[in-house]
Design a protein around this ligand. Structure first.
Ligand SMILES: *Cc1c(COP(=O)(O)O)cnc(C)c1O
Length: 355
């Protein structure tokens, strides 16, 4: 292996997670592969999903992301969550992408450009994208030239506010009835699948498909899909009193053995983990000491024997019985697992594996 750092994308775990989520929800799955499949490589992930029958659609954020999927040979339906803007109609038509329509501007543009198949999005409480339910009557009058294949909304707080989320479902129920129940009816994200939506036909799943639970009480057992590894490029004995890394935020309180790992904040390891996080080596935890630098991170390997240059360190994933998850890293760096996943940079080569 000539790579300094790499990420494996475990396609067996991905499909196993999806099978479990499908059995639990008993609904069609819209697999969310925006932002390069949350950093997992949208080509690798989408090709693995191509032949899963219950995966009804792939969801991306922009038509450019949709084009990239088509370019890697994806033939499944692609829904563009971020909608349609002036100048993008060519991409939608040429690459057969379905827009989520949530403004009158995009509705008229779609009509003018001959884009017929759409999903309509409603704002039931997030104040991001979507028509307000109050617009329904007016909206229904201008849908004649469209095939409204789907109607959707989105949960901002399914992981934190059940009452609010249930109210959204009731508003959505009214909207769906008014629109005569289109072919696809979807509002649930990963955290949302624990809510009952009996009239919904599909769920839009991102985080949980990639193996992270949106809440600690999430009822479906999942397996991590992406594991991240990096090599040790130097091991040294550091004298008591020595300072480690920029600004000397760590000072050795005894003689120590320090390993330099070829993975830094430019690879996506949050700098907030400086002096806080831990990496895994040979089934043991090694704490990060000093500031994480752009390309390298120092870890304390004083208590780990036989550490040598070239050894593999686990950034995310398992090392014997020890495990680092995106959720734990996110907690330590005061953010959410989504941001850590998306932030793994392209220097970290993604390698699909099965098994
Ligand atoms: C990203 C996204 C999802 C997926 O959410 P997860 O929490 O990752 O399951 C679903 N719907 C919309 C509109 C999104 O933007």
């Amino acid at each position: 292996m000539f790579l300094r750092s790499w990420a494996t994308v475990n396609l067996n775990n991905l499909t196993e997670n999806l099978n479990k989520l499908h059995s639990f929800t008993k609904k069609g799955i819209f697999s969310v592969v925006k932002a390069d499949a949350y950093g997992h490589d949208s080509g690798i992930v989408s090709r693995a999903l191509q032949d899963l029958e219950f995966v009804e659609k792939l969801c991306v954020a922009t038509p450019t992301e949709g084009k990239e999927l088509r370019d890697t040979g994806i033939t499944k339906d692609i829904l563009v969550l971020g909608g349609l803007l002036e100048g993008e109609d060519e991409l939608f038509l040429r690459y057969n992408l379905i827009p989520v329509i949530s403004t009158y501007e995009s509705l008229y543009l779609a009509k003018q450009k001959g884009i017929r198949k759409i999903h309509l999005k409603f704002d039931t409480g997030m104040s991001r994208l979507g028509f307000f339910p109050e617009n329904l009557e007016k909206l229904k009058k201008v849908l004649d030239s469209f095939y409204v294949e789907g109607v959707m909304s989105h949960f901002p707080s399914a992981d934190t506010d059940a009452e609010f989320t249930n109210r959204q479902i009731e508003i959505f129920r009214y909207i769906v009835q008014e629109l005569g129940s289109p072919r696809h009816i979807h509002i649930q994200n990963s955290a949302g699948i624990t809510f009952t939506c009996d009239f919904c036909t599909d769920v839009r799943i991102g985080l949980s498909m990639y193996g992270e639970k949106p809440t600690s009480s999430f009822p479906v057992e999942l397996k991590g899909v992406m594991s991240i590894y990096a090599k040790i490029i130097s091991v040294k004995d550091v004298r008591k009193g020595s300072r480690v890394s920029y600004c000397g935020t760590f000072q050795a309180d005894r003689d120590m053995k320090v390993a330099v790992v070829s993975f830094g904040y430019a690879d996506g390891l949050p700098r907030l983990l400086s002096n806080r996080g831990q990496l895994l080596l040979d089934g043991k935890r090694a704490r990060i000491i000093g500031s994480i630098t752009m390309d390298m991170t120092m870890i304390d390997v004083s208590d780990i024997i036989r550490v040598k240059v070239g050894d593999e360190v686990v950034i995310v994933g398992e090392s014997n019985s020890e495990k680092n998850t995106f959720t734990e890293i996110a907690k330590l760096s005061k953010t959410i697992p989504y941001e850590i996943m998306c932030g793994i940079s392209k220097r970290v080569v993604r390698i699909p594996i099965r098994g």
